[in-house]
Design a binder for this molecule. Sequence first.
Ligand SMILES: N[C@@H](CCC(=O)N[C@@H](CS)C(=O)NCC(=O)O)C(=O)O
Length: 210
Amino acid sequence: MKLYDYPGSQNAWKVRQLCAHLGISYDTEWLSIFEGESHTDAFFERNPAGAVPVLELDDGRCIAESNAILIYLAEGSDYLPDDPYERAKVSQWLFFEADYVQSTIATLRHWNLTGKNDRNQGQLEKRRASARGVLGNLDRYLTGKRFLANDLYSVADIAVYAYTHLAHEADLDMTAFPAVTGWIDRIRKIVGNQVPVRYYAEDPHSTNDL
Ligand SMILES: N[C@@H](CCC(=O)N[C@@H](CS)C(=O)NCC(=O)O)C(=O)O
């Protein structure tokens, strides 16, 4: 298997982290996304959205969308339940992440860490308000709960944790969300240090627009 990846991608980090949990080995092809390497004709064949991560199977078939890759790889493991209702609750949080977390926390963090706040000034306050709303909703839900779905650590926690535990890097004040920070501490202990977060700063092209 091959993972098309970009070091600073937390969407790809989700896949790296699950592979570490499962002991799955794979090759990596690093793409310079800020230089357009995910927008070539060949790569659009692999992912119509022109983004990493993409998992290429040994027979050449490809899966895009980080959370779809998580479901594929977690099949039959402790990280994805078999029971249809429990599985749907995991999916619920994967869709929540793709819809609400990526468009708020992840985007704000990207702009903040790559010096793009000024060029996105018009959208900044609205996105920050939306991000606080997402964190507030998560906080209400997580109060009194250990994990996101079925009281079990799963790919749902990996996916939502990927950007949420870095929300302070989007200049979001986390002190208002104690249930989220408690959950972050719990997940941090489980994931450990095996798969470090990589930063945009190591990429001189990350100030480019995508
Ligand atoms: N919803 C997608 C988002 C993927 C995504 O935004 N990937 C970024 C890196 S984190 C990317 O490759 N961007 C390049 C581009 O959009 O041109 C997922 O969960 O995989």
